[in-house]
Design a protein around this ligand. Structure first.
Ligand SMILES: *Cc1c(COP(=O)(O)O)cnc(C)c1O
Length: 435
């Protein structure tokens, strides 16, 4: 098919995510990808510095995962998961339980990050309900992002994204953003526990990095302090590791870095190495046990048609095998070191604020402080446009620019990414557009 034909069909029939079609440029038509590089139909190579929305873990078209998928597709492609099981799902659950923080022994499969969060919220609320002491309140952080379905949106920050739906979203107790003022977060949580502790079913957090809220990084000690308070008050702690999981923060899970064992962990994005959609919610055995009863109304009546799809599970198992290799740990450490080297230089640029690194994730805020202005701040879009012209895929969150590369990304490739950012900022400074 020709470029023009694809563009015409797309323009006529496709509705893209997070896209204002009235003004968006024509989408880039990608025909294949390998490693950290996307290849377009018109022959350009684009360096994927954001892991295609944070999913591509090892690299595009990683051969061992591709092979595991092909093999599984020829063997068992799909089977109902109520009343049936299969080796890939059972093995993957065991493998996840082994690598997750202690005590997370049960895996509930779903389809993506949002559904992993929905399942966690429903498990928390029904667990309290089943105990006969209903608690209906969920606490969450300011600037949080947990997905785009209604429950996930409810616990996420209220924003321009949620505004049309705000009246339909359920009430959430909101704690201040710990990346801004951790003491305020803890003090607000203490007050909440004092006043409404008996209503509080769970606290949900993105451990150590508020991702879509602007790659806002927060301290391990704050996460530990929140976890201790949850434990003492009997409030469930849900760690949404959809973005941070599977090595992004250097360790396999952000909670592991902090030495925190939450009651539930939500996973998706990198779980299959970025090949196929999958969600998984890991829970402690006590939570699972709270649903066991002669009384059938205590069942978790929740599930999705493609739950634990065998091909997806096979991809996840192959990805985990790679992730646990010394080579992957070495690549993650190398990327972190490269981020730190580059930010040490770029961080001194007058149009760079708050350079920060956590494992393989690097971020900085663009423009001087007066220009800061949230998701609709144009400087991020300008950088994205410039970078794409230079053959680098970046997608800043408003004025927050981040580099979140697949683990195969070489030092030379990373140098190219940072060079593009530096050249953009020099240009912006020269023309005064960002000051
Ligand atoms: C992306 C993300 C989600 C939502 O995942 P989807 O697969 O896009 O539904 C949830 N939580 C966090 C922390 C995320 O980064």
């Amino acid at each position: 098919m020709s470029s023009d034909a694809v563009a015409a069909l797309d323009a006529r029939h496709v509705w893209h995510p997070y896209t204002q079609h009235w003004q968006a440029p024509a989408p880039v038509d990608v025909v294949r990808a390998r490693g950290a590089t996307l290849h377009t139909r018109d022959g350009r190579a684009i360096l994927d510095a954001i892991s295609s929305w944070w999913v591509t873990l090892h690299g595009h078209a990683e051969p061992t995962i591709a092979e595991a998928i092909a093999e599984q597709a020829r063997t068992l492609e799909q089977v109902i998961f109520a009343g049936f099981t299969h080796a890939p799902a059972a093995e993957l659950a065991a493998a996840l339980a082994r690598v997750l923080p202690d005590g997370l022994t049960r895996i509930f499969y779903s389809d993506d990050g949002s559904t992993a969060v929905e399942a966690a919220l429903k498990i928390a609320l029904q667990w309290w309900h089943n105990r006969g002491e209903p608690r209906r309140l969920i606490a969450a952080l300011e600037h949080a992002y947990h997905g785009d379905t209604f429950g996930a949106m409810s616990v996420g920050a209220r924003s321009i994204f949620s505004a049309p739906f705000d009246p339909q979203l359920f009430e959430v107790a909101r704690l201040p953003d710990p990346s801004e003022d951790a003491d305020a977060t803890l003090a607000a949580f203490d007050r909440l526990l004092d006043t409404r502790g008996r209503e509080l079913a769970a606290l949900i957090v993105e451990p150590l990095v508020l991702g879509a809220g602007g790659m806002r990084m927060w301290q391990e000690s704050t996460l530990r302090a929140l976890a201790e308070r949850c434990r003492a008050a009997g409030v469930l702690l849900i760690a949404d590791e959809v973005m941070t999981g599977f090595g992004r923060t250097g360790a396999l899970f952000a909670c592991e870095r902090a030495g925190v064992a939450p009651d539930m962990v939500c996973m998706s994005k990198g779980i299959t190495g970025g090949f196929l959609p999958m969600g998984a919610t890991a829970v402690r055995e006590e939570l699972f046990a709270g649903f066991l009863s002669e009384d059938r109304t205590r069942t978790l009546f929740h599930g999705h048609s493609y739950t634990a799809n065998p091909i997806t599970c096979a991809a996840a198992l192959a990805s985990l095998r790679l992730l646990e290799s010394g080579a992957s740990a070495g690549a993650r450490a190398r990327i972190e070191a490269a981020h730190r080297r580059h930010l040490a230089t770029l961080g001194a640029h007058p149009l760079v604020r708050a350079p920060r690194v956590l494992g393989t994730i690097a971020a900085l805020d663009l423009g001087d402080a007066r220009a800061a202005g949230g998701y609709l701040n144009p400087i991020g879009r300008e950088l994205a446009t410039y970078a794409l012209e230079q053959g680098v895929l970046l997608r800043p969150l408003g004025d927050a620019c981040y580099v979140l590369p697949p683990f195969c990304t070489t030092d030379a490739e990373l140098a190219r990414v940072y060079d593009v950012v530096a050249r953009f900022l020099d240009g912006a400074r020269a023309t005064g557009t960002a000051a």
